[in-house]
Each structure stands twice: as structure tokens, then as C-alpha cells.
Design a binder for this molecule. Structure first.
Ligand code: ZN
Length: 94
């Protein structure tokens, strides 16, 4: 998988996000990721950086694709400044 920061920058560009976004790795038990809209911080479960965990335990075929999907999801919350999954949110992911 490519560098996490590079992936974030790539998706930010794609979504037209210019503000600074910080990424923190967490040891969540159940949560995959969460976002602080006040501080522009995306917190991701460090387990998803583990290719074996994602592909063997979670059953996703492509590790990097999965990580990008998670990042894109959280970055959309920052772009739209909402915690909710409003219709606009889903349209932009498609
Ligand atoms: Zn969400």
C-alpha cells in the first residue's frame, strides 16, 4: 500500500478539499474510523493498515482500495461539514 499521507492528499485533491486535515492512528476495539469536524482530525483504527487483517479477517480483496474507501468516507464528512450521511453525501461518493 502507498503511504497513508499520499492517499489522503490524493483524495483531498479529488474532493476539492484545501484545508488541513490531520490523521491519527487509534487502537479502537470496534470502530474503523471517526472524524472530528471541529479539529479536522480523522482518526483511523491502526488495524486497517494491516493488509492481512483487512484481507483475511475483514474479507476485503484489495487492502489499499479498502483504506481509500475509509479515508474518502471520512473526508466527505469534512468536506460537507456534517456527521450525517445526507443524500448529498452518497451522491458524491458515486
Ligand atoms: Zn460516516
Amino acid at each position: 500500500m502507498r503511504n497513508l499521507k499520499d492517499l489522503v492528499e490524493e483524495i483531498k485533491k479529488e474532493l476539492g478539499i484545501e484545508e488541513k486535515v490531520k490523521i491519527e492512528l487509534k487502537n479502537y476495539k470496534r470502530l474503523i474510523a471517526s472524524t472530528s469536524l471541529e479539529k479536522n482530525i480523522i482518526r483511523i483504527n491502526r488495524k486497517i493498515l494491516d493488509k492481512d487483517f483487512v484481507e483475511k479477517k475483514l474479507g476485503y480483496e484489495n487492502h489499499e482500495e479498502f483504506v481509500m474507501k475509509v479515508l474518502k468516507h471520512e473526508l466527505m464528512h469534512i468536506k460537507l461539514k456534517t456527521r450525517w450521511h445526507v443524500p448529498q453525501y452518497f451522491e458524491k461518493l458515486m
